[in-house]
Write a protein that binds this ligand. Structure first.
Ligand code: SAH
Length: 350
């Protein structure tokens, strides 16, 4: 019997035997290990998300989707789909809000982590779980949401050498992992407006994210429905490295101890929106999470909850501000709406 090797040791062996690996492989393996081995959410974990800050977030997601379904004529067979549901908190809050307006959809979760699947099963016992989008049902509209999911999907990095662009690969430098320029890529792999970036500049893309948006789009085209994608990121593609590691609510070094911190990258909403538009899905936004929540009525909801339970009124207002304020999550977090052609537009975008 040999002792179980850590992910870092296994990756080191692979790199020693076969040479440096793409950044996307490093990130995919690190995050698969990270999420499979812990519940990272909340004050005692590594990071906190909008649905964990306040029930109002999931409720307003649920109401936005239920309102769209209502205006679409209450079609039969609609499913609630969530990508990367974390603890299941968003889904539980969204489903409660949907139920209040007469929508009780079957629930489908895309989740790879066994630890988080069992947390989700406690809050949403009747869900069906999927390893990826390929097995989601194909016979009715989907009402989908993904919060802080796309930022965890693997990115590819290219690096400018001043004389052309190269794929960035991860090798070993002493006891750490280290990115370095690998094979040249054709100029056509780099959008024209960033092609002339100075040496050392990094350009990121997420083929895995685009593939998943295309899968969602195809289902919406065939069977109707809508999707809300909420994450931190940028509306316009620009060069610059955004890969980061977070551990115990602090930034950490992404190149040590892979699988022990949360690796994320800014979501490139421009490319996601383009992938959906090319699939002929209607695109709304992206807009700031703050303005989106305000348009959906977060202030009235805050006051209603405060009136029902005055002891909580201060903590409700603090939570509302964390979600909405431009200094907190309100601007950096963006909301992108996708809806099937022929369906009405989602609320909250204008
Ligand atoms: N949406 C939740 C959790 C965000 S954390 C919230 O807002 O609180 C990211 C979630 O995506 C986790 O549930 C994680 O296990 C899941 N996840 C990450 N990478 C994944 C992948 N490649 N496939 C499926 N699920 C993934």
């Amino acid at each position: 019997m040999t002792a179980r090797l850590s992910l870092a040791d296994r990756l080191r062996r692979v790199i020693q035997a076969q040479g440096p690996i793409p950044v996307s492989d490093y990130m995919a393996l690190a995050n698969a290990h990270y999420y499979a081995t812990r519940d990272p959410l909340g004050a005692a974990g590594d990071f906190t998300t909008a649905p964990e800050i306040s029930q109002m977030f999931g409720e307003l997601v649920g109401l936005a989707l239920a309102d769209l379904w209502d205006r679409a004529g209450r079609p039969e067979g609609a499913r609630f789909v969530e990508l990367g549901p974390g603890r299941g908190t968003l889904a539980a809050d969204a489903l409660r809000a949907m139920r209040a307006v007469g929508l009780e959809p079957p629930v489908h979760f895309v989740e790879t982590s066994p630890v988080l699947r069992s947390a989700q099963a406690k809050l949403v016992p009747n869900a069906a779980w999927h390893d990826d989008l390929s097995t989601l049902p194909e016979d009715g509209p989907i009402l989908a949401v993904a919060n802080e999911y796309f930022d965890a999907l693997p990115i590819r990095q290219l690096v400018s050498t001043g004389a052309g662009w190269r794929e960035r690969l991860v090798g070993i430098d002493g006891d750490r992992f280290a990115p370095a320029a690998g094979p040249a890529v054709p100029a056509s792999a780099v959008p024209a407006h960033v092609r002339g970036a100075p040496a050392g500049m990094v350009l990121e893309s997420s083929p895995a994210s685009l593939a998943q948006v295309r899968q969602l789009s195809r289902r919406m085209i065939m069977h109707g429905g809508a999707a809300l994608i909420v994450d931190y990121g940028h509306d316009r593609l620009a060069a610059g490295e955004t890969l980061q590691a977070v551990r115990m609510h602090e930034y950490a070094d992404p190149w040590i101890e892979p699988g022990e911190s949360d690796l994320t990258a800014h979501v490139d909403f421009e490319s996601l929106a383009r992938a959906a538009a090319e699939a002929e899905v209607a695109v709304q936004g992206p807009v700031g999470q703050g303005e989106w929540l305000v348009r959906l009525g977060v202030d009235a909801r805050t006051e209603a909850l405060a009136r029902a339970d005055p002891v909580r009124s201060e903590s409700l207002r603090i939570a509302r501000n964390r979600l909405v304020s431009t200094e907190e999550m309100g601007r950096l977090f963006r909301v992108l709406g996708l809806s099937a052609p022929g369906w009405p537009a989602l609320e909250g975008f204008r």
